[in-house]
Design a protein around this ligand. Structure first.
Ligand SMILES: Nc1ncnc2c1ncn2[C@@H]1O[C@H](COP(=O)(O)OP(=O)(O)O)[C@@H](O)[C@H]1O
Ligand SMILES: [Mg+2]
Length: 461
């Protein structure tokens, strides 16, 4: 090696100097045996290397895919990426994955869906340990080893490499989840947008619906980049238009793609400040309450998850949000005011469920109260927090989610991110996952959201 892997400056140098120019050739992979920046459904892999090459390559039960390599910036710890690697490997039915940031080099193996670390060394040690690395993930070694999908436990549906979402993730029904609390500032919008982004990162097709006239989710998704009123392109086509008519403004007409928010981006039904002035009229027409339900019914084969952000009130839009949903998450900072509001939320849910029952719909199920914006101070976490959590069960008789979203500056920084445009800075909000790609301080929040997403996926199955 004529360079020091521990001196690599950024992700792109790790990719080019360490992986493409040194590691892959040293492991016996020729230029035709590996691919960089591969889009596989919604997954973006840094490197895919094949022990046996077929053209065009299709990943199925006979998959020749053997190795995925993910390169990270030297500034990032690899710990936060293990879960994603595990997901990639299980989705692709690949057995081996490498994670490296130049300083830390790790080889993982997937066994019964568990990610096992089988080899680790520093960047400087790679050259000296090449024989060992080659015997594990070298091209010759893999050619002579049965592929994961040939083993009896593996079930590998075929997915072809193309930019469309993979069918593999399509399970049965679209899930509709409302995020609601009648108190403001408890983290509803922060939870909504990052839950939506994280589900999308797992390959699910996600629709985010903003029902709050403050349009914070719409802003977060990068849809409010205009500086002047005359450039406002949301005013005449937003969620209120969908609620104002049964047949006009179907979802496909109103939906936008988020902009610079996440990769992959998500679908968004935007809100607008003019929801306030439209509320009175919509509220006076009984049918407008069920219109979102009706329109969602027409896209059940197009989305896996619909996540609805709601206003901090019991108003018409909040009612529409909860009566249209099969599941409810209540973010709460667990402080006295938020807790006192919980009995309101419970009665609000009951009323929404009366409505759903009248429409022959199963009740909206409360997934739980989600502790959100929780201080990380050790004394608080030891003494006060357990009592606050106990009060949710004992006093309010509500279930708690296991996941916790801590109060972390990175969450507000990701939303307030800007980019230069000529002389001025324009808003460039990002999901916590996108933000974490360039700022290590976001890793804890990203992992906490990943845990939440897994809990939500599990509890809505
Ligand atoms: N976990 C968190 N850590 C730090 N700041 C947060 C967190 N959750 C929300 N915030 C910040 O608190 C404010 C209110 O959050 P928001 O998600 O908009 O709440 P809501 O939608 O309930 O009104 C925002 O400025 C947001 O950036
Ligand atoms: Mg909000």
């Amino acid at each position: 090696m004529d360079f020091d892997p521990e001196q690599l400056r950024n992700e792109s140098e790790v990719e080019s100097k360490l992986i493409a120019q040194f590691l892959l050739p040293a492991l016996g992979y020729g230029p035709n045996d590996w691919h960089q920046e591969v889009a596989l459904g919604n997954i973006r892999l840094d490197f895919l290397a094949f022990a046996i090459q077929h053209q065009p390559f299709v990943i199925d039960g006979e998959s020749p895919l053997s190795l995925t390599i993910e390169a990270k910036s030297p500034r990032k710890s690899l710990d936060g990426f293990e879960r994603r690697l595990q997901q990639y490997l299980s989705l692709l039915h690949a057995r081996y994955g490498v994670l490296t940031n130049g300083r830390d080099f790790r080889i993982y193996c997937l066994q019964d869906r568990d990610l096992i670390l089988i080899f680790r060394c520093t960047g400087r040690e790679i050259a000296g340990k090449l024989a060992t690395i080659r015997s594990t993930i070298g091209r010759e070694a893999l050619r002579n080893r049965p592929h994961l999908s040939e083993e009896p436990t593996a079930v590998a549906p075929a997915i072809a490499i193309n930019p469309q979402p993979s069918n593999q993730l399509r399970d049965k029904t679209m899930k509709i989840i409302a995020i609601y609390h009648n108190k403001g500032g408890v983290g509803k919008t922060t939870v909504t947008i990052n839950l939506a982004a994280g589900l999308r990162n797992l390959g699910h097709r996600v629709l985010l619906i903003d029902l709050d006239s403050q349009a914070n989710s719409t802003f977060a998704a990068g849809l409010v980049k205009f500086q002047f009123e005359e450039d406002d392109d949301l005013k005449d086509c937003n969620v209120s238009h969908m609620l104002a008519s049964r047949d006009e403004y179907p979802i496909e007409q109103v939906v936008r793609q988020s902009q610079g928010f996440n990769s992959p981006e998500i679908d968004v039904i935007p809100s607008h400040i003019n929801l306030i002035e439209k509320q009175y009229k919509l509220d006076s027409i009984a049918a407008s309450r069920s219109r979102l339900l009706g329109k969602l019914r027409r896209v059940t084969d197009r989305y896996d998850y619909v996540i609805i952000d709601t206003p901090p009130s019991r108003n018409f839009y909040a009612q529409v949000g909860v009566i249209s949903s099969q599941y409810l998450i209540i973010p709460s900072d667990l402080k006295p005011f938020a807790n006192q509001g919980l009995s309101n939320v419970s009665s609000f849910l009951q009323e929404a469920n009366e409505y759903r029952e009248d429409k022959n719909l199963a009740p909206c199920k409360l997934l739980g109260v989600l502790p959100s914006k929780i201080a990380t101070n050790a004394r608080f976490l030891k003494s006060t927090f357990p009592k606050q959590k106990a009060a949710i069960a004992n006093i309010h008789h509500l279930p708690l989610l296991d996941s916790i979203i801590y109060e972390r500056i990175a969450l507000s920084k990701s939303l307030n991110n800007t980019e230069e445009d000529g002389d001025c800075d324009i808003p460039a909000p990002q999901s916590i996952f996108e933000f974490a790609k360039s700022d290590v301080s976001a890793n804890s929040s990203a992992s906490e959201f990943e845990a939440l997403i897994h809990e939500v996926v599990k509890k809505t199955q």
